[in-house]
Design a protein around this ligand. Structure first.
Ligand SMILES: Cc1ncc(COP(=O)(O)O)c(C=O)c1O
Length: 447
């Protein structure tokens, strides 16, 4: 990385930052100026290890020449092609390559511009499918507590993280019902899938009994609840959801925006847990986080039903985005596909997972730590609550940042999601720096 002194903007006032404590940040900014491989550099010139792959989106590392070259070449040749009623070859090639990795026959790929759009698309496709099958009364969507499905109205409605929901209660989508989350008190310090809790899936059966299964369009879950802090599904839980959906003709949607593209060691969590949904979302790592892009993979029969419901020549689904599968995003995603193949990325993630999980659990002895969970290349460390929820998490994050490690904290949970290109020495560095940051946090409380 270069040793030039980075510039700090003259004013921080105008940019209203997303999901940030704007006032706190502007008093004491944290600006990232450079990124290469697993490392970042901040405006103070400090090098940090990126322990969350950005926001779970850069698992192949920063500054990948292959992706930069692919984007540059694409932009020189064709910078934009409108995606409605016309297109360009790359988006079709990419869909074919994505469908080689999706489970079952989820081979019909609809592009979005990110995860939130993918979730809206998945919900709308479920509604359109039932309508096409003559079951337009299926309007309800079942979500789950502690879920994160992006920040559009549909995703906010089916999501279940209270701070994301409460301000917007008056505008949420009607007809949404939530199952309980899967985190039980006995799941403390469990690495991998908990043995207990599969029966929580029966909440879906109760919702069917209470609201009428004939009114329910879809049930949407993250196979591993990511943003809330890595809640790993209990053994048998996803299988049970699948059975209940099949019994009642409800579509099962897996939101794999975080878990997709290798986070569990398999291409998708669906394959890792042996449960095939009807619809699946992906985003983030699809382009290694470099260009906004998401996608929804659907079973062929869903696509077929929606096609057959419209006369030939008509638009079959009135839905899409200006930036659905545009050249710059597609070129990045195709380069990602090449890297996945060339570097056997899923295998690499799978092989590194036990080492990472062991390292994570080694932090159990720290007094300030309340719980640790994890699966594959993702994990959550719950800090013991301080005066109010979120205070311990945010203060620890800042101590870790100063110690040279960067990640995302949600509430009191530190979310760790290393890059798949990490070597053992990088995992060791992540764990060592977490220990330093958490220890410094504890010391600061004693002073
Ligand atoms: C499971 C899940 N769904 C949807 C989203 C929203 O994605 P985006 O921020 O790209 O809109 C996220 C983002 O973290 C996510 O984790």
């Amino acid at each position: 990385m270069s040793s030039e002194k980075p510039e700090i903007p003259n004013s921080l006032n105008e940019h209203w930052m997303p999901f940030s404590s704007n006032r706190d940040f502007k008093e004491n900014p944290r600006l990232i100026t450079e990124a290469k491989g697993v490392y970042l550099k901040n405006h103070q010139g400090q090098t940090q290890i990126d322990a969350s792959s950005g926001l779970f989106c850069n698992p192949l590392g920063h500054g990948r020449e292959e992706i930069i070259n692919a984007i540059t070449n694409q932009l020189k040749k064709l910078d934009y092609a409108q995606p409605f009623q016309q297109g360009f070859g790359g988006s079709f090639e990419l869909a074919t390559r994505i469908s080689k990795h999706t489970p079952g026959n989820l081979n019909r790929i609809f592009y979005s511009t990110g995860g939130s759009d993918a979730v809206e698309t998945a919900i709308k496709i479920s509604i359109a499918y039932h309508k096409a099958k003559g079951q337009g009364e299926r309007f309800r969507i079942v979500g789950r507590e502690r879920a994160y499905h992006g920040m559009h109205i549909g995703g906010t409605s089916v999501g279940g993280m209270v701070n994301n929901v409460k301000t917007f209660a008056s505008v949420l989508m009607p007809g949404v019902v939530h199952m309980r989350h899967t985190h039980l008190p006995e799941h403390k310090f469990v690495s991998g899938q908990p043995e207990t809790g599969a029966e929580l899936a029966n909440d879906l059966e109760r919702i069917c009994a209470n609201f009428g299964s004939e009114n329910i369009s879809a049930c949407i879950v993250e196979p591993i609840a990511g943003s809330t802090g890595t809640l790993v599904p209990p053994k048998g839980y996803l299988q049970r959801l699948r059975e209940i959906c099949d019994k009642h003709g409800i579509l099962l949607i897996f939101d794999e925006v975080i878990t997709g593209w290798g986070r569990t060691g398999s291409p998708f969590a669906s394959q890792e847990y042996g449960v095939t949904p009807d619809i699946m979302t992906m985003a983030k790592a699809t382009t290694n986080g470099i260009v906004p892009m998401g996608a929804v993979a659907c079973k062929e029969e869903i696509y077929d039903a929606i096609m057959e419901n419209s006369p030939k020549g008509a638009i079959e689904l009135f839905h899409g985005y200006t930036y659905s599968g545009i050249p710059i995003a597609v070129s990045a995603a195709l380069a990602v596909q090449d890297i996945i193949e060339k570097e056997d990325i899923f295998k690499r993630a799978k092989e590194m997972s036990p080492y990472f999980q062991k390292g994570l659990m080694s932090l159990k002895d720290l007094d300030a730590v309340d719980n640790i969970r994890g699966y594959g290349m993702m994990g959550g460390i719950d800090m013991k609550m301080d005066k109010k929820p979120g205070a311990a998490g945010f203060t620890t994050f800042k101590h870790c940042y100063d110690a040279g490690i960067n990640f995302k904290a949600t509430g009191d949970c530190l979310i760790i999601a290393p890059m798949f290109i990490c070597e053992k020495k990088h995992i060791d560095e992540i764990i060592d720096k977490l220990r330093t940051g958490i220890t410094n946090y504890s010391k600061s409380k004693k002073n």
